[in-house]
Design a protein around this ligand. Structure first.
Ligand SMILES: *[C@@H]1O[C@H](CO)[C@@H](O)[C@H](O)[C@H]1NC(C)=O
Ligand SMILES: *[C@@H]1O[C@H](CO)[C@@H](O)[C@H](O)[C@H]1NC(C)=O
Ligand SMILES: *[C@@H]1O[C@H](CO)[C@@H](O)[C@H](O)[C@H]1NC(C)=O
Ligand SMILES: [Zn+2]
Length: 366
């Protein structure tokens, strides 16, 4: 009897619970994000988008999708370099951007945000009038849209960096479209701009990924200086925080022997890596480099289109002690990998319902 009642109750409550993509109302910083999929999971494929970008016409049988699918671990490399795989062979195509043109220009880039740790970086950049490039994860934009908007309004470049941070060479063409389209949509909703530059997670790109980018009007944005600062967030990596500024110091000292300018990679998702961004910025700025966005130092447009969208008026909820932002996942596990409990964390409403079920069950058990 008790079991039947409890089961019926659970079933009734689950029927009320939101399903992915058709969530209960989710308002963050005044933005209605109800239609977005769960954070940090490969987002749903959409046939309309695949048709719009003519994805079916991509025919590259010699560049297969790598296994395991949707991986957060580095997949095995192909046997030959014919697929122009950057992770595996340092191979780039002329369509890839890896460096600023001029010797004295430097494009700092910060990936995997926005997060609360983006704010001090933003303030430091703004203080010295420097512009940088922020490669945005859709799942983090979902949690911190107001910070994304601040970055954009300050004149920094917004670049798109997928929804769930998987190795793109392990995703199908349709999945890659979904990763970028969902993220472009949330960036457009918050800023009004549609980025042209896309950064593949882990720099994982081959000719098939490039073909999807081309169909979507996206330009691969890579780098020529890597700090590996993301390792700071994983406890046992043995990565020393001083290596970040150590590397910047070396790059500056040996700059005389380089023919191009710089594009460096850092991360603003975790406090450990974001903390090193300030002294690194200081080094580059004091060395006299022109600190530009990637598109500025390349000499192109950052966006395919720009419209003006208002910042929503946020009415504070008096007496509420629940923070929807806090209920969202804020990070990925060590090693730059995906967060697996995101679906449960995504919906405050679902959590409340689950709490009710437990409370009712507890009462029955008594
Ligand atoms: C796919 O995208 C189109 C256009 O953005 C939208 O109208 C439609 O509802 C989406 N389909 C699904 C199944 O989400
Ligand atoms: C790729 O380039 C980096 C430095 O730019 C170098 O350390 C690495 O050994 C290269 N890898 C391959 C496979 O050539
Ligand atoms: C630069 O970073 C690498 C790790 O990415 C580290 O091994 C090396 O010691 C660093 N160099 C300096 C001068 O700190
Ligand atoms: Zn990343």
């Amino acid at each position: 009897m008790l079991a039947t009642t409890a089961a019926a109750l659970v079933a009734a409550l689950l029927a009320l619970a939101p399903t992915p993509g058709h969530a209960a109302t989710l308002i963050i910083d005044g933005y209605d994000f109800s239609e977005y999929p769960p954070a940090d999971q490969p987002p749903p494929i959409n046939a309309t988008w695949n048709a719009k970008y003519d994805i079916a016409s991509i025919n590259l049988p010699n560049v297969p999708v790598k296994n395991p699918l949707n991986s957060v671990e580095e997949p095995p490399c192909p046997l030959t370099s014919a697929t122009c795989d950057w992770t595996c062979f340092n191979c780039t195509r002329p369509t890839d951007d890896v460096a600023c043109k001029d010797h004295n220009t430097w494009a700092l880039s910060y990936d995997d945000g926005p997060s609360e740790y983006t704010v001090p970086i933003l303030e430091a950049l703004n203080k010295i009038g420097a512009k940088a490039t922020f490669c945005i994860l859709g799942s983090r934009a979902l949690a911190h849209p107001a910070i994304l908007r601040r970055v954009y309004d300050a004149g920094h470049q917004i670049c798109v960096h997928t929804w769930s941070h998987r190795f793109l060479t392990t995703q199908t063409n349709e999945q890659i479209v979904a990763e970028f389209e969902w993220t472009l949509r949330i960036i457009q909703q918050v800023t009004g701009a549609r980025p042209l530059y896309a950064r593949p997670p882990f720099g994982d790109i081959d000719d098939r990924v490039r073909a999807v980018f081309a169909k979507m009007n996206l330009v691969p944005l890579l780098w020529n200086r890597d700090t590996f600062d993301w390792k700071l967030a994983s406890a046992n990596s043995g990565f020393d925080a001083k290596w970040v500024t150590g590397n910047f110091t070396n790059w500056i000292a040996t700059a005389g022997s380089t023919s191009t300018g710089f594009m460096s990679l850092e991360h603003d998702l975790y406090p450990q890596s974001a903390g090193q961004a300030l002294p690194a910025l200081d080094l580059v700025s004091k060395a006299g480099y022109k600190l530009q966005t990637a598109s500025q130092c390349i000499g192109t447009n950052p966006y395919l289109s720009v419209v003006s969208v208002p910042i929503p008026v946020v009415v504070p909820v008096v007496g509420s002690n629940t923070s929807p932002v806090g209920a969202l996942p804020t990070g990925r596990s060590a090693g730059n990998s995906g967060n697996t409990n995101a679906a449960a964390a995504r919906s405050p409403v679902l959590s409340v319902l689950a709490g009710c079920v437990l409370a009712v069950l507890a009462v029955h058990a008594l």
